[in-house]
Design a protein. Structure first.
Length: 226
């Protein structure tokens, strides 16, 4: 008994579909490996934001573009009684490739990691969310360096930072590229400082300012040798 032309066409179609699925799988795997094995060249940076904690290595670099978002709020430290306060950054991080693939989004959000000790119970933290697998990392500020501290920091730019992980969460289908992050640095900043006008009296309370900025973000994890 020989196969009919219809059967031949069906088999051919199945083979082509299987080949496409295999090819897509290879591309996804290759992309994941490339992101996992990225070589990060660290720039010169102020000593106080260097990650000196033993057993940590940089594994991911993202070039961030977005805004630092401020609101005019009461301030006991201001002579006028008001000052701009940061209520969230809003940025997208891209890779170094010519196609500028989106890597991560950056913002403030409540830390929902239930494994943190002591528990943070929804404390608002600076957040990064992976654009591919939706894993998240929350971090707290450890050190900062401004233009008055270091000539590496531009006078018209937000500070360079060293932050430490205080919570992580896997993506909805188990993705976890950011769940291994231990420290994060913000370096090579440009722009983003709060404006000097628009918040000088009680009449300005509630005014908002969205200030463009850019920065490089370096993500660390425990080194494989540990």
């Amino acid at each position: 008994m020989t196969d009919s032309p219809k059967s031949d066409k069906k088999i051919t179609r199945y083979m082509l579909t299987a080949a496409r699925v295999a090819a897509i799988g290879l591309m996804i795997t290759a992309g994941a490996r490339a992101a996992h094995a990225e070589n990060v060249t660290l720039p010169s940076m102020p000593g106080n934001i260097v990650v000196t904690e033993e057993g940590n290595e940089p594994f991911l670099l993202g070039h961030g573009f977005g805004t630092q978002n401020y609101v005019c709020a009461p301030s006991a430290a201001s002579a006028t009684g008001v000052a701009f306060s940061l209520f969230t950054p809003q940025a997208t991080l891209f890779n170094d490739d010519n196609d500028n693939n989106q890597l991560i989004t950056h913002f403030f959000s409540p830390n929902s990691d239930p494994t943190v000790v002591p528990p943070e119970a929804g404390t608002i933290r600076v957040t990064w969310e992976d654009s591919r697998d939706s894993s998240r990392v929350w971090a707290k500020l450890l050190q900062m360096s401004t233009s008055t501290d270091s000539p590496l920091v531009s006078t018209d730019a937000v500070a360079w930072l060293k932050l430490q992980t205080v919570g992580v969460a896997a993506g909805p289908v188990g993705g976890g590229r950011l769940t291994n992050v231990t420290f994060i640095q913000r370096v090579n900043t440009a722009g983003g400082l709060a404006p000097k006008t628009g918040c000088t009296s009680l009449a300005d309370l509630g005014n908002r300012a969205f200030i463009p900025y850019s920065a490089d973000y370096i993500f660390y994890r425990q080194s494989h040798s540990n």
